[in-house]
Write a protein that binds this ligand. Sequence first.
Ligand code: NAD
Ligand code: IPM
Ligand code: MN
Length: 353
Amino acid sequence: SRSYKIAVIPGDGIGKEVMPEGLRALQAASQRFGFQLELEHIEWASCDYYAAHGQMMPDDWKARLSDKDAILFGAVGWPATVPDHVSLWGSLLKFRREFDQYINLRPVRLFEGVPCPLAGRKPGEIDYLVVRENTEGEYTNLGGVMFAGTEREIVIQESVFSRHGTDRVLRYAFERAQSRPRKQLTVATKSNGIAISMPWWDGRADAVGQDFPGVRVDKQHIDILSARFVLQPERFDVVVASNLFGDILSDLGPATTGTIGLAPSANLNPERRFPSLFEPVHGSAPDIYGQNIANPVAMIWSAALMLDFLGERAAHDAMLGAIETVLAQGPRTRDLGGRASTTEMGTAVATLI
Ligand code: NAD
Ligand code: IPM
Ligand code: MN
């Protein structure tokens, strides 16, 4: 029978509270759809591990994850004890880069029953896919500080845009757009201000787009694109963006659908040479950790995306259906205006799978 090896990494903060709900839903799906999950529970890639070992992960982390079919990930970061760039470059960003998870897929959708902060918007009017470049761009550790500590201090932080890295994320986004009914791709740019990389990025979009005559392409500068996420969300179908622009858009989009507590992501190595990683868009939320009030839907939906990627389409659909029903009928967590706990909402979803 079908069996999948999954590394389970809760991480920090509410990662540890939403992960059990992701697993509860997976358990229900595996029973109903008849596949096995071989879970390995991993305590490293967390700031607790850092406190004990002085690093985020054991030296052999890569070998210990390489045989997995996927990684299910909560959230990492506890800035009160470990600087964020240390914890994130020591874990999540390493996974993305070393496992070449160059696509970060982040669906944005307004659900029935979820109050929308944009006036008059209905489900169906906000339903798009952010395709974020996930291994290069603005996220680098290239550069340095000169004349540190003096009045002459200068900081240089380089960006990296390779043709290989850019073309492959653009191609993926074009393919996604082509397979959707509206066939509309928005390319996020900033070629007016960022004078080298972004005009070049636009040129690559033109070049890759030659192979996709059926896709309507719309280039938008990131500033007005952000405004249109709020004012005209119905314009968007697939949006492709560099690492940093995609990061920002993928919090803004979900915010327009009521809460970032719903937003899932799939960090994909589409060639399956390495395991892909599935995680909520949100972080460890130190401000609400320990109260069992975090919304578990982002985690559960991420687990569903994992099953879809593993070939369990029916299980994915059942999980999403259960999420839809619970969002429409309750119970709901506080970020959705309800009073339910993380556990209550997660259990309600799992019961419907
Ligand atoms: P955050 O996403 O953790 O929290 C932002 C706000 O959203 C907070 O007010 C939080 O309470 C709320 N929120 C987040 N998830 C929620 C949920 N499921 N239900 C209800 N409310 C929710 O962002 P932050 O505060 O900027 O970051 C906190 C830490 O998490 C930092 O260390 C940061 O680096 C890290 N982080 C990690 C990831 C990741 O692991 N992928 C993503 C983002 C931030
Ligand atoms: C995300 C997060 C990460 C990112 C941080 C924690 C490094 O915000 O997954 O969106 O910027 O990619
Ligand atoms: Mn982010």
